[in-house]
Design a protein around this ligand. Sequence first.
Ligand code: UD1
Ligand code: MG
Length: 505
Amino acid sequence: MLHAKATAALAPVLAALAWQQRDQPLAVCVCISALAGLATWCAVPATVAMFKRAGLSGADLAKPARPVLAESMGVVAATIYLVATFLFIPAQFRGWWWRPTDDHHQPQPHSRHVFPFDRLGEYLSALLSLQSMVFLGFADDVVDLRWRFKLILPTVASVPVLTVYYVGYGVTHVAVPVFMRAWLGTHTVDLGVLYYVYIGMMAVFCTNAINILAGINGVEVGQSIVIALSIVAKDVANINSDNPEAGYHHLFSLYLLLPFVAVSSALYYWNVYPARVFVGDTYCYFAGMTFAVCGILGHFSKTLLLLFVPQIFNFVYSAPQIFGLVPCPRHRLPALAVETALPPALAARLARHRELASADDASSDNDSDAAASGLHRTVSTAMRSFAAANPRPRPRARSGGSAQAQVQATTAYLVPSRTALAGARPLGLLIVRAYERLGLADVERDARGAMTSVNNLTLLNLVLVRSRRRRLGESQLNNRILAIQVLNSAVAFVIRYRLAHVFYD
Ligand code: UD1
Ligand code: MG
C-alpha cells in the first residue's frame, strides 16, 4: 500500500522538522499540514467499511454498473483538519509562551506582556464557524436537510466570525469606483448593517455554491483545491507587505488554508475518477465555509468572489430550476451513454430493446437516473439474451471475446441530463428560450415547435452541450471544469492586480 508506506516514511521526518522549526509558526504549519494530509490519505480507505456499515453510502450514478461507494468521507478530512488546526494553536502563539525578562532575568510585569487575544479570538472564531458547518454538512448527509435549513444554518454559523470582524475591524464602508464618484459625490459609501448582511450571505453562498457544482467524480474537491491554491498564491505573494496588519491577514489565511489544501489533496486521491469514495455535503460545506471565513477575516471578500465566478455562473444559470420555474429533478448530474461494438445480431436486438426502453422512460423523462439505468438494463438484458442464444464459446480472434468481454469493450461517455418542460412556469419557459438563443441550452421541440425538454441547467451539462463534437468521459469533464477554474483564477488575478486601478485609485 503506497499510502501506508509513504506515511510511515514521511511522518517521523515531518514531525522532526516541525520540532526543529518550532519558533517559525509558518514552517510548523506547513509540517502539520503535510502530516494532516498523510493522515487523511490513510484514514479514508481505513474507514470506508465503517461508513458503509453505518448506511452512509451512495450509488456512483455515472458508471454502467453503479457501484455503491462510502458517502460523506469529507467528515474524515474535516475532522483531521480540525485536529491539525487545534494542534497548531500552541505553535502559532509560541512567541508568548514565556513572559519577557529584564536584564536581570526577572519576569516583566504583566502589563508589558500583552498576549494577542484578538488574534487568538479570530482564529478560534474561524474554527468554531468551520466546526459548525462540518456538523451541519454531516447532518445533511445523514438526514437530508430541507433547503431552508441549508440557507439559515450557514448564516448562524458565521455569527462568531462576524462578531470578531465587528469588534476587531468593523469597517463597513466600500470604496466607490472612480467613474461613479462624480455621480455619487463621494469616495466611499458606508453600507452599515448591510455590509454584515453581505458578508453573512457569503457564507451561505460559498457553502451551497460548491455543493451544486457537483455530481461527477472529483469535481467538488478539485474546484476547492484550485480556489484554495489561488488564495495561497495570493497570500504568499503579499505576505511581506509593507503594512504589517495586511501581512498578518495573509498569514492568517495561510494558517487556515495550508491544512485545507493538504487534507483536500489526500481526499481528492480517493475521490477522483474512478472514485473509491464520495465526499458528501460535509466536504462541500466545510470547503465553502473555509473560503468564507478566510475572505471575511482576511479582508478579501471581493477577490474571493472573483475566484468564485464559475460557481456564481453555475448558480445564476441554475436559478430557474433552483427557484422552481423549471422542474428540478433530485439529481441533475450528466447522464451516462453506453455504446457497444456489437455483432450485427446483438446490435439489432439492442436497438429493439432501446426502442422499448425509450417508450418506458418517456413517462419519467426528467429523471436522468432512470434514463441511465434503463439504458444499462437494456445493454445487460441484450447481452444476457445474446449469451443464452449463443452458448458455445466462439474463438476470440473472430468474435472479439465472450458476451462479458464485449460488455467490457463498451464505451461509456457522458451526455447532458434533461428535464421535461411540461410543468415549467411561463417565466421559466421565457428564460429557457433566452438561454437557447444565447447558445446556453439544448432544447428539444415537438412537431409543432413547442419546447418539450431542456438539459438540466448546470455548468457540467452546459460544457457537454457545448462540446458535443467531442465525447467526454467523466474524468475528461472533471478536467475541463478544473481547467475553467484555473483559467478563472488567472483572469481574477489580472483583474485584481492589473485592472483594479482602472476602477479604484
Ligand atoms: C446536489 C445537486 C444535484 C446533484 C448532486 C450530486 C442541485 C440543486 N443539487 O444535490 O443536482 O445531482 O448534488 O452530488 O444542483 N454522486 C455520483 N457521483 C459523484 C458524486 C455524487 O453519482 O461523483 C451521487 C451519488 O449517488 C451520491 C449523491 O450523488 O450519493 C450525493 O448527492 P447529494 O450530495 O446528496 O446531492 P445534493 O447535494 O442534495
Ligand atoms: Mg451534495
